[in-house]
Design a protein around this ligand. Sequence first.
Ligand code: AMP
Ligand code: GLY
Length: 443
Amino acid sequence: MTNVLVIGAGGRAHAIAAALKRSGATIYAVMKHRNPGIARLAEDVVIGNHDDPEFVTGLKWVRDGIIDFAFISPEAPLINGMVDALEAHGVPSVGPKKNAAIVEGSKEFTRELMHRHGIPGGVEYHTFTDPERLEEFLMDYDKQFVVKPIGVTGGKGVWVMGDHFSTKEEGIEYAKRVLENRIGGEAKVLIEEKLVGEEFTLQVFTDGREVRPMPLVQDFKRAYEGDKGPNTGGMGSYSAADHLLPFVSEDERAEALDILQKIIDALHSEGREYRGVLYGQFMLTPAGSKVVELNCRFGDPEAMNVLSILDSNLVHVADGIINRELPEVRFKNLATVVKYVVPEGYGTAPVKNAEITVNEEAIRNEGALLYYASVNEENGKIYTTTSRSLAVVGLGARIEDAERIAERALGHIQGRVFSRHDIAKREVIEEKVKRMKRLKTSP
Ligand code: AMP
Ligand code: GLY
């Protein structure tokens, strides 16, 4: 029997726990709130601050030496040095140590690493600490730009010209605010040229040397239908049966994979061994695939797309990552569509403690999967928090089949909640394909 410590409480952590359980693991879960999906799969559960290495290494299971390895779902514990701390207590982990998790912890580090090693897929970027120099520079800058805090802001601190602000002056004002208020943890701001194209996610398993790609996924970040409203952690996502996307070719995928391999090699050459899951957010542009950002863990919702069709044993894959003998990793040739259910007001003022009723049996009968996320379970009832509540996953031969199943599953969930029904709809995807074609012919 393999005892696995699963760290995290969201939909991504539920998907990880489910795949591990399917692979024969016994789950010990530490999570900030009681995710009923994880709790049901676990042998034992502790509710507590799963971001804090001291708290986690102090858990009885760790002190008693019963854990074979840990699987860490969110970025915060990884950036905080959870893997280093667990290793010091004799527990190996799937996830990078602090010195490699920095690819997500510092956007400046990642841009510089790519630049230093001549890795393709970089963008023009500049960092500033002095508001006057920042203003001078931007007043003369003649391209569209993006303002980014250096550290992690849950996807909410990045402002894109034409999206979150329209004039240069507004951009300067926000960039100054990032400096002044140390948004993202540092009195520093990153200015990048704005990329135009279609975004996609490529995640890989890696043992620090080799990489094994997962199916490509496209995430929908905006809160409301038609890609309107505030940026969120992601409202839903889809993947295709051939593991590409309708607007990404095999060559374009290979190019993105090569970029991630080069990043792993560059980290290795600098004494930063990256073991775990590396997440690449790419923008496919007429000039090829560019790196928008890197994350040091699975994406959420993207983890639910790929883990739902993982054909390999995740315990074996984890062993391979830990022992630096990465096996081949297989995924089923099925399309997947994930749709999150979120509290009313999510993105601005979400309603807390609203009851959600979930007919699990009816969802199962539709052939859909269900992953719980940030909900509280009390006396058998489910209540919202301020984050994403739960997600359904449809699987099918074609994206439209998977989408239909996900939509039917949503019909069995009630409460003060909403979802984006446009995610992965045929017309929406066709529009993306057309837009990409247009961009490639007349950039
Ligand atoms: P990040 O947190 O870096 O992923 O940024 C959040 C979102 O901002 C991304 O998913 C993109 O949609 C957008 N974004 C970030 N950087 C750029 C860029 N250089 N050009 C255009 N959009 C960007
Ligand atoms: N879905 C975007 C992320 O996990 O960062």
